[in-house]
Design a protein around this ligand. Structure first.
Ligand SMILES: Nc1ncnc2c1ncn2[C@@H]1O[C@H](COP(=O)(O)OP(=O)(O)O)[C@@H](O)[C@H]1O
Ligand SMILES: [Mg+2]
Length: 270
């Protein structure tokens, strides 16, 4: 299944003094099995894009369709699962089991099927079903919460999974776990994965494609290599690299964490 955006515009509070065009004339398609990073400065429209993708909001103009497919809008809603930013804050049940099963029970799915789906979804994010099923989601570590938030979407069995800032608020280890998970969702589980992130450098090495938004407009769309140059302007780590280079320390393009950077600087100063 491909998702096709055709000249999509989304305007918040249209017709009021505070109206804001968040997505402007966006045309692109996302193909089955792609792992796509959606990047841009804060306010560039990434979250709005994901919500459109997931059918949570409808375009002000233009169309979003799936191919092959007929009842397009309905299919987009069902086929795309969106893990919202800080999704885990919406956990409200006393147990992991309660939270994850809630939408399934509401959809009238049998208890047996629910248990199977939960087991599979938690397994997929490396959370042991028996150990965690009765634990309170609020007592988990940030990394575990994020994984359970992903599982909460996986139980719905979407073909496409879109994640908004899945690395936000996690430590380096937590981030690495999530990046591994994103790759696994695409590889082993065969999902189409779309990830909006500020931490794009962390995902650059695993994604097939980068979509770069600026003020709601598509300003770059290509492979990770192609895009490295374009995005280097907005990258804090790239400006740090440039500044250090002027002082005679070449970090190279492969350094993404403090430990590694520290070693390189130490070596350069010897
Ligand atoms: N619920 C909303 N109501 C009004 N304006 C919004 C709303 N959500 C986002 N915006 C505005 O739309 C633009 C795009 O926002 P968003 O899609 O959240 O960008 P990003 O995720 O890239 O930071 C921003 O200018 C933002 O202020
Ligand atoms: Mg956002």
């Amino acid at each position: 299944m491909s998702i096709i955006f055709k000249d999509v515009t989304y305007i918040y509070n249209k017709g009021t003094p505070i109206e804001k065009t968040a997505i402007k004339g966006l045309s692109l398609s996302i193909d089955r099995g792609e792992l796509v990073a959606v990047i841009g400065r804060p306010g560039s429209g990434r979250s709005t894009f994901l919500q459109l993708l997931g059918g949570l909001i409808k375009p002000t103009s233009g169309s979003i369709t799936v191919s092959p497919g007929n009842s397009a809008e309905l299919m987009v809603c069902r086929a795309v699962g969106v893990v919202l930013q800080f999704h885990e804050r919406q956990f409200f049940e006393e147990s992991v089991y309660g939270d994850l099963s809630f939408p399934l029970r509401r959809a009238g799915i049998s208890e047996r099927e629910i248990e199977t789906r939960l087991r599979d979804a938690l397994n997929a994010v490396d959370i042991d079903f028996h150990t965690y099923r009765d634990r309170s989601p609020l007592e988990l570590s940030s990394g575990e919460k994020r994984m359970v938030a992903i599982a909460a979407i996986l139980v719905l069995n979407p073909e496409v999974i879109a994640l908004d800032e899945p690395l936000a608020g996690l430590d380096d280890r937590g981030k690495r776990e999530i990046v591994k998970e994103l790759k696994r969702l695409q590889g082993k589980m065969g999902k189409t994965v779309i990830v909006a992130t500020q931490d794009w450098e962390g995902v650059l090495n695993i994604c097939d494609r980068v979509i770069f938004l600026e003020n709601g407009t598509l300003v770059g769309d290509g492979g990770a290599e192609l895009i490295k140059e374009t995005v280097s302007e907005i990258s804090p780590i790239q400006s740090l690299r440039n500044a250090l280079k002027l002082k005679g320390v070449d970090l190279g393009s492969e350094v993404f964490d403090a430990e590694e950077a520290f070693l390189r600087i130490k070596m350069a100063l010897k």
